[in-house]
Every structure is written in structure tokens, then in C-alpha cells.
Design a protein. Sequence first.
Length: 354
Amino acid sequence: MRAHLLNALLAVVFSVLIWSAVGAQLSETKEVDVDYIVMVPPDVTVTYLGKHAAGELRVPIKVEVRGPREVIGRLAPGDVQARRTFSHENTFLREALAAGGTRTLELGSSDVFVTRPNVEVVSARPSPLEIAFSQVGEWETRLLNPQLLGAPAPGYRVASVEVRPHRVWVRGPASIRDRQPGPYEVEAVDVTGERVPAGKRTNELSLPRAVRTPLGVTCDTKVQVVVTIVPEPEVRELLFPVRVLLSHQRGAGAAVEPLAVSVEPRPPVHEWSWPIPLRGAAADLDALSQRLDQERRSPGSVRSLPVAYVRFDSVKDLPAGTVDDLDVLVVGLPDGVAVEVGSLRKFPIRTRSP
């Protein structure tokens, strides 16, 4: 009885071993994702579905393989490979470069292979591939000013934008050079909140930026975008003391020659002062306003103060009782501040007997 049981047990064990051996040899198929590597010389670019590369391009393909179940189940990345190498001696590449455009590339049996034994390649797709080859070239192109993002702080503005250098050499497929030779833009610049530091008249930002080239074109030149920020000018009227100077005596403090008549402001003006419209940065106008206020409170206390004056080229010949409106001129204004001429009014005067 025991002998029969032992024989039955051995039969079961041998059956399992036999079926395991048979199962290991059973054929199985599997689809794997593979990069099909297209190798070309360094001076050639290859393009597939809008993707450009020089020297080497990886095209994703799917490869179906078949082999023993045990081997197929243990396939690792890199066990299935696909590549084709083209040299300048290759007839297909020479004809492709000469003709231009897209070429049909069939995946040959030697292009796809498996490093593990007893595994065969069933199919690869997509095939054929529509691939373009192009000779690499260099050309010089002009650069466009970048887009400015945001805005400077209130009271400031962008005075100028400059790209240095404004022309660069780029490298890429001749096919792109023929279609899109330039000019090319530069990466955008953010000027949000920029202002001029205290004590300075301008703020010159020098920012490194990349050139935005078409896909497949490279630019090795480092460019700088120089953005100049300046105060936003405003127009403001400041009250100036008005002096009377002869045409040949225009400097501050020059003596007035004796006149045959007395000259005085005409009502409603009763003092020798006049509002002068000035254009300039708020900080400059504030500083000038403070100096003028100090001069009014303490005459002669402010040195190098701008002078507003009226001149009489022939005032000595004016008879008493003359009523006139005279041009007001201003000299000595600080840099960045100017008279808003279109808004400047004439000063009303009259002459009387002395």
C-alpha cells in the first residue's frame, strides 16, 4: 500500500516538473516602448514631427517581441534596442540633404534587435517614418526688443529699451534659415515696481536674457537687455520772483539801468512775482519749490536760485502810461526741469512817471 502511495506522489511531482519545463518554453509576445535612435554627423540635423536635433534624434516607437514566456517576463529596459547610423558616405543621407524636404525611412530588420537570446522581433511601429535631414548652417540675425511685463512704480516710466548686442550669430538647419532667418525676439523683461533710487536721475537695469530662436536653432551669445527707468515728468506752477533786466544784462544780480519811467505790475498783479509752469520729475520740482519758499521767507538766503525776468529792449523810450504784457524768461533751472512754454503767460505791466 505504501509503495502505491509513493509511486502516486512521485508521478505528481514529475508531472509538475514536466509542465513547468514545458511552460518555460511556451511562446509569448510582448509590446515594449523603445527609443529609435537616428544618428547623423554633427553638422546635420534630423527632424521628426517638429522635433529637431543635431547629431542624434530619439524617435519613440513600439516594438513587438516574441520568445519563451520566462525570458519575455524578465525583459528589462535596454534589452530591446533600435538605432540607425548615417554618415556623409551614406547614399540615403547624401540624397536627402541634396533634395531637402521629408524622406521616408523604413525600419529595417537590422535596426531593431534584442540583446537576450531566443527572443525575436515581430514588428515595429510606426513604420515608415517621415524624417527630414538638413545641413547645419550659421547666419547673423537682428534681435528685437523684448516684451515688457508689468509697469514701473507710480511716478516712473520706461525711457528706453536696448539689446546689447543687437545682432548675433545663430546656428541651425539650413531649412529653418531659409524659412525663418530672423529677426528673433529676446526673452521678456519684468519691470514691475521698478523706480529710480534716491539721489539718482535714472535707473539703468542691465538684465541677461536668452534669444528666443525657432526650435532647432541655437544662439551661444549672451545678450543684455538695458532698460532705463526715469521719473514720470509732471507739470506744476511754481511762484517765482520776477526781476527786470536789460537785454544785455541777463545774469542774476545784474544792476538795472535808470529808466525814464517807473515800471510796475498791472492789476490784478501787485507784486513782482509770477507763476511759472515747469515740467520735471516730482522730486526735482519739490526741491525747487522748497528753495523758492525759503527765498520768499528770507530774501537773498538761497544761492544759485533760478531767475525769472522780463526785459525791456527799448523801455527807456516808453512814455508814461504805457500798458503792456511782457514775456517772462527763466534761466538757471536744474537739469531735468524745463519751462512748459505753451502754458507760460505774459507778465502785465504799466509805466508811470517817476
